[in-house]
Design a protein. Structure first.
Length: 197
């Protein structure tokens, strides 16, 4: 979290934390470069689109106070209800939350955090896999998340081998449900990533 729950002084332990059901949970170590690149790419898409609009995007580092016992730090989010935005974080459910999976976060992002985002009313939830280059989009319907789609970036070398009619069947973009005119292109989400060694 931005400010360690145990104290409010600058000399406190700088480790990043969240609160899950009243228990302090240490977050994974600092994310790798590809994690941050994906996050920056997604933030840039929303930041440009939302310029001069009521909704506001936030990147990693902003606390979200979902309940008295649950304080999360999502990788990225969009908040449309400006009354939820306070000096120390977001108080209430964001409209959109994006979590980029890391080895240390995948279980929580797919488990407890997803369940709490659903319970608290997050309208759209993305789980992004940097390794698989996929985006899973969950939409809140009647109080429960429904998988709207799982979108995969097809590598260029595979695209070149496909026949043109097969290339036309590949889904390379998806619509953000919050906005009628915001199309997310997978190549923009996964742009400029480094090869893993």
């Amino acid at each position: 979290m931005n400010s360690n729950l145990a104290c409010q002084e600058d000399t406190c332990d700088p480790r990043r934390e969240e609160v899950h059901n009243g228990q302090v949970v240490l977050m994974a170590p600092s994310p790798n470069v590809n994690h941050n690149s994906i996050l920056s790419n997604i933030f840039r898409i929303f930041d440009r689109y939302l310029e001069k609009k009521r909704c506001k995007p936030f990147m990693n580092g902003t606390d979200v106070y979902l309940t008295e016992n649950d304080v999360f730090v999502p990788d990225m989010m969009v908040v449309c209800d400006r009354s939820k935005i306070k000096w120390n974080g977001i108080h209430g459910a964001p409209d959109l939350v994006v979590e980029v999976l890391s080895l240390g976060t995948a279980k929580r992002d797919r488990g407890y955090k997803k369940d709490m985002y659903e319970k608290c009313g997050v309208r759209e939830y993305w789980i992004v896999s940097q390794k698989e280059k996929t985006v899973e989009v969950y939409l809140l319907e009647e109080g429960h998340f429904r998988l709207d789609g799982a979108y995969s970036l097809v590598p260029e070398e595979i695209l070149r081998e496909l026949k043109e009619k097969d290339r036309k069947n590949i889904i390379s973009e998806f619509q953000c449900s919050l906005y009628d005119d915001l199309t997310i292109r997978l190549e923009d989400v996964f742009d400029d990533l480094l090869e893993e060694i």
